[in-house]
Design a protein around this ligand. Structure first.
Ligand SMILES: C[S@@+](CC[C@H](N)C(=O)[O-])C[C@H]1O[C@@H](n2cnc3c(N)ncnc32)[C@H](O)[C@@H]1O
Length: 242
């Protein structure tokens, strides 16, 4: 894995391109359906976004973008990712559900968003901060592109504090997730196993919930709050640009 970590962005780019077609079903499978609950909690935190201009950073296959597209009415979503294959799946889903006019897909790097300052009411990032080369740079880019008064929201795996949750959680990640990846690979011969070995690795250097809140503050976001979900294995963060 050390070679992997040396060139994290390239590795992550390749990795998501290789699993794009299986990404949605593997998420549901590996989280035992909790994925949907976490999306529901994300939706509740969004509140009323009718008429808003929204940026979904590292949109992947577009689930969060679609959730928001259904709620912006005459607003719009810009959905950005650097993995072309993930964007291709997102495009198909968005078209199939009839939201192509509301969602603009953009190929780009979260580390250097190809977007103007102060353009969006809301910038979101889902399950992607763990994968970027520098968390603070990405939060800074999201803060830069939202308007004053706009919000930045992240939903991401986190580090549960309570041993009773933490022990089984890390054990599951270290032992079961890679096995599930292997099993899925046998069923889908074109599926690369590496992503599911990468999952536990991606959590290792990642900040805990309070540290991530501090990164939000360091990037000029205020009223920062966070909401641990499912015993803290996932966390929602929100901050507002002054
Ligand atoms: C685990 S997926 C999450 C996708 C989606 N947000 C979701 O909730 O399902 C992580 C995504 O982050 C994207 N990503 C990682 N680093 C990126 C970067 N530097 N710029 C743009 N996208 C990036 C990957 O291509 C991948 O689609």
């Amino acid at each position: 894995m050390s070679k992997v970590v040396e060139r994290k962005d390239e590795y992550v780019h390749e990795l998501f391109n290789s699993i794009a077609d299986h990404y949605d079903s593997m998420n549901m499978f590996m989280t035992g359906g909790l994925w949907k609950y976490w999306q529901y909690r994300f939706t509740k935190l969004l509140g009323d976004i009718s008429g808003k201009q929204v940026l979904d950073v590292a949109c992947g296959t577009g689930d969060l973008s679609l959730i928001m597209a259904k709620r912006v009415n005459d607003g719009a979503i810009t959905s950005l990712d650097f993995a072309e294959e993930m964007l291709a799946v997102a495009e198909r889903k968005i078209e199939h559900q009839g939201f192509s006019e509301r969602v603009e897909l953009l190929h780009g790097d979260a580390m250097a968003l190809p977007l103007e300052d102060n353009s969006y009411d809301l910038a979101t990032i889902g399950f992607a901060l763990r994968n970027v080369a520098d968390v603070s740079t990405v939060i800074g880019e999201m803060a830069r592109t939202v308007k004053p008064g706009g919000r930045v929201i992240s939903i991401e795996l986190s580090k549960p504090k309570k041993m009773v949750v933490a022990r089984p959680y890390y054990w599951y990640f270290e032992n079961i997730v890679p096995l599930m990846g292997k099993w899925a690979q046998r069923r889908a011969k074109d599926l690369d196993m590496a992503p599911y070995a990468w999952l536990p690795e991606s959590l290792k250097g990642f900040p805990n919930a309070e540290e991530l809140a501090e990164i939000f503050r360091e990037n000029g976001l205020t009223s920062v709050k966070y909401y641990p979900l499912t015993g803290g294995i996932v966390c929602l963060h929100v901050g507002t640009k002054q």
